[in-house]
Design a protein around this ligand. Structure first.
Ligand code: GLP
Length: 235
């Protein structure tokens, strides 16, 4: 059963999610956090920069990276994470998939080994308008490991808001698979805004189907969704 925490707006969402993340970070001497990019976690990372919780015992593993963007490219997810979080707080280690690896298949295998060596205690997730999680688009196998994937038109359109023009959005990415994500001991999915309402309804109330990747979470034993009124408006 997915636990749902309804909040008023994005600000309250960030506060609640931040508190949950800090409680996990404080629970053990060694912690691994699975982290996400996109607009949804921005408020959480701002609270982390402001409150500076202890992080030197925390390893982070990010979900995904665009293929072809250098870590110094301001739209790469490595750049995003450095800018929002890693340049501000001292983590034990920070991992983001290597989107410019000469051998991308090897990079995927290496990333799975990193996940295996650092089992994720809490995985933070956003959700795409089409129900994708990380860059696992509709149709992705629920067993998938870290892999190279093409992006759908819906995702390219949605993410083009961060780029100068739509043609600049990479068309492929390296992403933790749904199988990799499901290994996390606990999952925290956050969503705000009306554009996510359909995906949230599907995830919570729809049949479990690879056509909506987020429905895989119905089969995980410990998932919490924090969503605002707009994102929950169709439920
Ligand atoms: C991207 C990311 C996802 C993210 C989703 C939603 O495609 N790969 O990890 O959850 O978009 O992004 P946003 O939070 O900006 O709406």
């Amino acid at each position: 059963m997915i636990k749902v925490i309804a909040v008023k707006n994005a600000e309250e969402l960030a506060q609640k999610a931040y508190e949950k993340i800090v409680s996990v970070m404080e629970s053990k001497n060694e912690v691994t956090l699975g982290l996400a990019t996109g607009g949804s976690p921005l408020g959480i990372y701002a609270l982390m920069r402001e409150n500076k919780p202890a992080t030197s015992h925390v390893t982070t593993i990010n979900l995904d990276e665009y293929i072809g963007l250098e870590p110094t490219h301001d739209q790469s997810y490595r750049y995003f994470m450095n800018d929002q979080l890693f340049n501000h707080l001292p983590f034990k280690a920070t991992y983001v998939p290597d989107g410019i690896a000469a051998d991308l298949q090897k990079a995927c295998g290496d990333y799975e080994a990193i996940i295996a060596a650092n089992p994720v205690d809490l995985q933070l997730l956003g959700i795409g308008e089409n129900g994708h999680i990380a860059f696992n688009e509709p149709g992705t196998s629920f067993d998938s490991p870290t892999q190279v994937t093409g992006l759908t038109e819906s995702t390219i359109n949605a993410n083009s808001r961060y780029f100068e023009k739509k043609e600049d959005v990479p068309t492929s990415a390296i992403t933790m698979g749904i199988g990799s994500i499901m290994k996390a001991k606990e999952i925290l999915l956050i969503a705000s805004g009306e554009k996510k309402a359909e995906a949230i309804k599907q995830m919570l109330e729809g049949n479990v189907t690879e056509a909506c990747p987020a429905t895989a979470l119905q089969h995980h034993a410990n998932v919490t969704v924090i969503a605002d009124e707009a994102a929950l408006s169709l439920c």
